[in-house]
Design a protein around this ligand. Structure first.
Ligand code: FES
Length: 179
């Protein structure tokens, strides 16, 4: 069979036109989806760099929190604003941090940062059970001292130092959640 007649049967475009199209758009599809070792290493370096930067950022934030100036004294509420067994939420030491003030007895108050020390979900006081409960993974904390008593959390809740003066309750500092 004549080779020219074969090429005419297999294509509808002249051979010159095909070549021109290839010159204008020299994209090699199999090669285009090929990831070279260099590109892969570049990707790994970028991911590792972002991760390292994140670690430095966390360390920096922890350091600045620990070495911040003198603790802020802030009025939370009047003693008579909370009944025995009651609680209220407030922001301390900044507007992003929510804390809970709980009245355990007539003259006994406790306050904690309400972020669970497992994965930061907000905890809920269950005064009748004498505990704070984290619904995310069923974490339990002792209401009287913030220690973890069941579930995944291993560290106690960060405690807010309190001072009672002239019938009012003040927050005077935040104790870091430690082991
Ligand atoms: S976030 Fe509280 S138990 Fe997991």
């Amino acid at each position: 069979m004549n080779p020219e007649s074969t090429s005419i049967q297999n294509t509808t475009q002249p051979i010159q036109e095909k070549t021109k199209w290839r010159e204008d758009f020299p994209v090699d599809v199999p090669l285009d989806s090929y990831i070279s070792r260099r590109e892969f290493v570049k990707f790994l370096v970028m991911i590792s760099g972002a991760f390292t930067l994140g670690q430095f950022w966390i360390a920096f934030m922890t350091y600045t929190r620990k070495h911040a100036g003198p603790a802020l004294t802030q009025k939370i509420a009047g003693i008579n604003d909370i009944p025995v067994g009651g609680y209220l939420a407030f922001h301390y030491p900044d507007h992003r941090t929510t804390c809970l003030l709980i009245r355990l007895e007539e003259n006994q108050f406790v306050a904690y940062d309400n972020r669970c020390t497992h994965l930061m979900c907000p905890v809920i006081p269950q005064v009748e059970k004498k505990e704070l409960f984290c619904p995310c993974h069923k974490g339990h904390f002792n209401l009287a001292d913030g220690r973890p008593i069941a579930g995944p959390p291993r560290r106690p809740l960060a405690k807010v130092r309190l001072q009672i003066k002239g019938g009012d309750i003040y927050a005077t500092g935040l104790e870091a959640a430690t082991l």
